[in-house]
Design a protein around this ligand. Sequence first.
Ligand SMILES: Cc1cc2nc3c(=O)[nH]c(=O)nc-3n(C[C@H](O)[C@H](O)[C@H](O)COP(=O)(O)O)c2cc1C
Length: 169
Amino acid sequence: MTMKKINAFEQGEAILKTLSKGAFLTTAADGKQNTMTIGWGSLGFKWGQPTFTVMVRQSRYTKELIDANPEFTVSFPVKEGFAQALGLCGSKSGRDLDKFAAAGLTTKAGETVSVPVIKGCGLHLECKIVEHYTMAEDKFDKELCEKWYANKDWHTCYTGIITAAYVEE
Ligand SMILES: Cc1cc2nc3c(=O)[nH]c(=O)nc-3n(C[C@H](O)[C@H](O)[C@H](O)COP(=O)(O)O)c2cc1C
């Protein structure tokens, strides 16, 4: 398997369409690694560079790792065969089990970050975080806030500069 560098914007449609069905947000710190399913995110252009923003609730184990090491990868399963793994990684916490082993996922070292990508997904972004903020009630539409944050489990938005983008061939 070889990795072919891509322009993330040229794959923008594939990235966003796949994301809406579920992608893997992988994090690593202090010798531990974890992945969780995400369905939200934004591909963007900020500070003169391509960026990707992920949204992580306070309660996630992922938040502990991303706060300890400000890097992440997102692996987009543009290929078939990841539905079960997306289900498991979106419902179990890495605090309780090794999700890579449980879901039969294998990893490959990142090229520009100390976080791996998930082999076989087909499309990957590597990101270094340059900005993050936690959502706050006073800045929200009231209805949306009540719908999504009744329990105050706010999302923190982490924006990373895309340091590598590639597809598997
Ligand atoms: C389709 C799908 C999309 C999800 N999107 C997000 C998301 O964008 N942000 C988030 O914090 N949790 C999201 N979740 C929930 C987490 O994946 C889930 O709580 C996971 O068990 C957290 O794992 P962790 O504790 O190992 O970090 C999503 C779950 C599913 C099934």
